[in-house]
Design a protein. Structure first.
Length: 732
């Protein structure tokens, strides 16, 4: 952002003296000054004139009043191009008048954006990217800003279909007809006439249509089948034109703040739609001026939130007005990586960071918004990527509109506090200091949950054991809770249930769980438990299953869950007999225990003719029948048999698992996942489902294809693997 500094700051004056304000750096000076008077309401026009006419005459110049500002100050111009020394002398002379309270140069402020390099690519990473985005879309289920008004104090507005229905009547407050390019001074038409320059007064450039770009970021229409979405797509925009060729005067901008907030300006109709949020994506190098601070104070007194850009000099925001004023929310810019953009100003004056783009990474790393194709005057509508703190500020302005839609009574101070409290840490920090954290729109615009406790973990940190997350009581109920288990600080893929079975990959690591609570109208909140101790490798529970055995983890899990206790040998040890086939009675016991050993009273009469109430595992077999998991075989006499001591084949195992999962809706594929399972196989659907869940992958044959071996009895080690995978996928 270019700036037009006015004059060197004078030494501090006693409290009873008139204050003279200006820039700390030397450079071009202005021929316009803002003079504020003591007891403005009562001072006569003669006394006002005496304050500046004699001072101008001493320099051989005539002074003319251009207009009075909303605070009652006079904007005065002289008909002579002043040197810096003459400018300081004039202000010092005027300041000696006892009627004058303050005098300052009417400096030019300019848009705080950097123009794009090349062509247009549709992308709005700034809204939704989890690293660099502002987390906007989630809030749209709660609010889209309906009923809120945002004043875009900028270069005006052009016609754009993506802003149709969003624009309210605004005003052109540019007092210089030449800069305004509309042939008159202040008028009701805020149309952007173009801020192009031929290079005679400021660097040559085409028109930026800056105000249209900013307005699109705030409130472009969503779900209309075209273009982009604004942060607050149902908010309204009041365009206030203050920027033209070479920028805009401080006096015009200060008056625009007053008018946008509902204040009165001499000879100007009152704004019929006072704005709850004011966006100023502009700035100049200067201390915060008296006129600007007075205008911001007025807006705050009207409960209007003032959002400003921090500036694009890559230096201290303390040097940039209005970012260095009190009562504003100064916004720095980040790129898609969430880091401070190279151009963004920084320092304690920056209140929050927001996406502003970093097109050094490519055009698509800029902020896409509404624009116009015209090089000088407006022509056809368009879209383009821009970058700058100008682009960052409207994200915050849109967020403020969303917040006020949810909580209309919030004060500007409360809005700022909420924005900064809910912002998230920059993903990679930044050097030098660039302000607090990155804007999180959804968190800012939704209420916090009343209770979001730190979760705890139950269970033993040993491979094969099951850990259970205890989330605590979240409020206000009901709150939807989701889970993510972490190994160290890394999320474990697929571990998103309230329980987690520790595997060999966890050995030596700590485990924690994150619980995320979501509720419409409330901020999504995530809490992480304290980590467990380092996960230990278990002592082999069975003497015939060493730690290096295939399916050791799964068999250990079976033992830790009490699903299998194995056999107690004469020497007191236990064996699992991993290569022994699983009989149907043991299968019933395994499934009953996997289900958590539910409370069940078996019938006095057995459902199967070959199973009596005294049969081992009678309760479990009867439960299996009651759940419809096994129907047995119908005999010639109409009775049913279970065949408890018959080994379970792999195809029947698939059917058991499918029914145990409550026979989920599933359409088997036209092509079998296994070469030895035809589509007309009795349990084709169940076997294909088992493959689709990853519970069984079969065997890879020499030809590279997979076989299931459906009529092969399932062995106890493979049974452990099936149950482990089933529980990991379908368990609680």
């Amino acid at each position: 952002m270019s700036a037009v500094p006015a004059f060197a700051t004078s030494e501090a004056l006693p409290e009873s003296s008139t204050e003279v304000r200006g820039s700390e750096s030397t450079g071009p000076v202005t021929d316009r000054f803002i003079i504020s008077y003591r007891h403005m309401a009562g001072i006569s026009s003669t006394d006002r004139a005496e304050a500046y006419e004699s001072a101008a005459e001493e320099l051989g110049a005539d002074a003319t009043v251009l207009f009075e500002t909303g605070t009652g100050a006079s904007v005065v111009t002289v008909d002579k191009e002043l040197t810096e020394v003459e400018s300081q002398a004039l202000m010092a002379s005027i300041a000696e008048n006892p009627a004058v309270e303050n005098i300052e140069p009417d400096i030019l402020l300019t848009p705080a954006f950097l123009p794009p390099n090349d062509e247009y690519y549709e992308s709005q990473w700034n809204l939704f990217d989890p690293v660099g985005g502002a987390n906007v879309p989630s809030v749209w289920d709660t609010t889209r800003g309906k009923g809120q008004v945002v004043a875009v104090i900028d270069s005006g507005i052009t016609n754009h279909s993506d802003l149709a229905g969003r624009i309210l009547p605004g005003y052109d407050l540019m007092s210089d007809p030449d800069m305004a390019r509309d042939g008159d001074g202040r008028d009701p038409g805020p149309r952007d006439e173009g801020d192009w320059s031929d290079g005679s007064a400021c660097p040559a450039r085409g028109s930026s249509w800056h105000g249209t770009h900013v307005a699109g970021t705030v409130a472009a229409t969503a779900n209309n089948g075209q273009g982009i979405s604004g942060v607050a797509p149902e908010a309204k925009i009041v365009p206030v034109r203050v920027l033209g060729d070479c920028g805009g005067y401080l006096s015009d901008i200060s008056d625009a703040i007053i008018w946008a907030a509902g204040g009165e300006l001499p000879g100007i109709p009152v704004n019929a739609n006072p704005a709850g949020v004011l966006n100023l994506s502009l700035g100049g190098v200067s201390t915060c001026s008296y006129a600007m601070q007075s205008a911001v104070d007025f807006a705050n007194s009207r409960n209007s939130v003032v959002v400003v850009s921090a500036g694009n000099d890559g230096g201290p925001a303390a040097n940039m007005v209005p970012a260095n004023c009190q009562g504003v929310i100064a916004v720095g810019a980040t790129g898609p990586d969430g880091q401070r953009a190279y151009y963004s100003n920084h320092g304690p004056e920056v209140d929050i960071m927001a996406p502003g783009g970093n097109m050094s990474l490519g055009d698509e790393a800029g902020i896409l918004s509404t624009l116009n194709f015209g090089q000088t005057s407006p022509t056809l509508e368009s879209y383009a990527f821009y970058q700058g703190t100008s682009m960052a500020a409207p994200h915050v302005a849109g967020a403020a509109a969303l917040m006020l839609a949810v909580s209309p009574g919030m004060t500007p101070a409360q809005v700022e506090a909420r924005l900064t409290e809910t912002a998230r840490e920059l993903p990679n920090g930044c050097e030098p200091y660039c302000g607090p954290r990155l804007l999180d729109v959804t968190a800012a615009a939704t209420d916090p949950l009343e209770a979001a406790p730190i979760p705890s973990i139950k269970g033993t940190a040993t491979v094969g054991s099951t850990l259970t997350a205890t989330p605590g009581t979240w409020a206000p109920a009901p709150v939807n809770l989701s889970y993510q288990w972490l190994r160290g600080t890394t999320p474990i893929k697929g571990a998103t249930k309230s329980t987690y079975i520790l595997t060999g990959a966890d050995a030596g690591a700590t485990i924690s769980v994150e619980v995320t609570g979501t509720k419409p109208g409330y901020a999504t909140t995530t809490k992480r438990s304290n980590p467990t101790s380092k996960v230990a490798k278990p002592k082999p529970p069975f003497t015939d299953v060493p730690a290096n055995a295939q399916f050791f983890d799964e068999i250990s899990w079976m033992a830790s869950r009490g699903i299998s206790t194995g056999w107690k040998e004469a020497n007191g040890t236990r064996t699992y007999r991993p290569l022994q086939p699983v009989n149907r009675d043991a299968m019933a016991a395994f499934m009953y225990r996997l289900a958590g050993s539910p409370n069940y009273t078996p019938p006095k009469k057995s459902p199967f003719s070959d199973v009596t109430p005294s049969t081992q595992f009678y309760k479990e077999i009867a439960w299996l029948a009651s759940e419809g998991i096994s129907t047995g075989w119908v005999q010639a006499n109409g009775s049913r048999t279970y065949r408890p001591l018959q080994p379970v084949n792999r195809d029947a195992m698939a059917a058991f698992m499918y029914r145990f999962a409550d026979s989920p809706s599933y359409t088997a594929p036209g092509k079998s996942p296994f070469t030895d399972v035809a589509r007309n196989n009795q349990f084709y659907k169940e076997i294909a489902w088992l493959a689709s869940t990853g519970i069984s992958t079969g065997w890879k044959e020499a030809n590279g294809k997979a076989a299931f071996r459906p009529v092969t009895p399932i062995k106890r080690d493979a049974m452990a693997a099936f149950m482990y995978r089933f529980d990991a996928r379908f368990g609680n």
